[in-house]
Ligand binder design. Structure first.
Ligand code: HEC
Ligand code: HEC
Length: 190
């Protein structure tokens, strides 16, 4: 019993699984992110996406993509180049530890949600599975830019690339507006 408890404690502390990320170390590292993303992941500048409560796996994947260059952005590529692999896991764990919820504005009919997207991104933009990002409340220009990046091949993903390939500029604007209008709420971890 004692051994099991010890093992459990090590697991919780990230002692056996370095990739799990240490939330408190991540909180400290988030000092490098807060001027743009906030400490709770609610963005402070219009260009930066909200990242609080995003799935940990998604956040870690994106930070790695900026690090390897498979995703590029003038600000993020520089920020991530200074992070170690364990800091990436830690800061992803920190931002994922918050809770994101969303609601449609009062007069909006949920049946009007884009059929092609809801199975993964939800009606109000809260993702339904762990590899999928929330879209709720992101700036429409951010969502528009990402969809066009998938369509042009600047950003690549096995699921999103073929989906975006079939979208017109009008559809991209419509879907970006739909999710941007959703009202995001992030309940901070502390
Ligand atoms: C100077 C502002 C700035 C700072 C500092 C910054 N970011 Fe960002 N971040 C951005 C912008 C702008 C984007 C959008 C990039 C794009 O358009 O592709 C972004 C995108 C991201 C994304 C992708 C989100 C998504 O939904 O795909 C993650 C994850 C992220 N940042 C995490 C971090 C972390 C963690 C830190 C601190 C270690 C950090 N950022 C520091 C501005 C910043
Ligand atoms: C089968 C699941 C699935 C469907 C359907 C889907 N997506 Fe995605 N979407 C994903 C995944 C997975 C990612 C993460 C891609 C990555 O890791 O780069 C993503 C990423 C995105 C992003 C980037 C978000 C960010 O924070 O950077 C946008 C924008 C987006 N999807 C919009 C849409 C729209 C609009 C539709 C409907 C036309 C749609 N998606 C349909 C799975 C899906």
């Amino acid at each position: 019993m004692k051994l099991l408890a010890l093992l459990g404690g090590l697991l919780l502390a990230g002692g056996l699984d370095a990739d799990a990320g240490d939330i408190q170390a991540g909180r400290a590292a988030a000092g490098m992110c807060r001027t743009c993303h906030g400490l709770d992941g609610m963005a402070r500048i219009p260009l930066a996406p909200h990242i609080g409560g995003e799935p940990q796996a998604y956040l870690e994947d994106q930070l790695l993509a900026f690090k390897t260059g498979s995703r590029h952005h003038e600000m993020m590529s520089i920020v991530v180049s200074t992070l170690s692999m364990s800091q990436i896991a830690d800061v992803a764990a920190w931002y994922a530890s918050h809770t994101a919820t969303a609601a449609l504005p009062k007069n909006v009919d949920p049946d009007a949600a884009p059929d092609a997207c809801v199975s993964c991104h939800g009606i109000s933009g809260i993702a339904t599975t762990p590899d999928v990002p929330h879209l709720a409340g992101e700036a429409n220009i951010y969502l528009d830019t990402q969809l066009k990046a998938f369509r042009s091949g600047k950003r690549k993903h096995e699921i999103m690339t073929p989906i975006a390939a079939g979208l017109s500029n009008e559809q991209i604007r419509e879907y970006a507006n739909w999710y941007a209008n959703s009202l995001l709420d992030i309940v901070a971890n502390e």
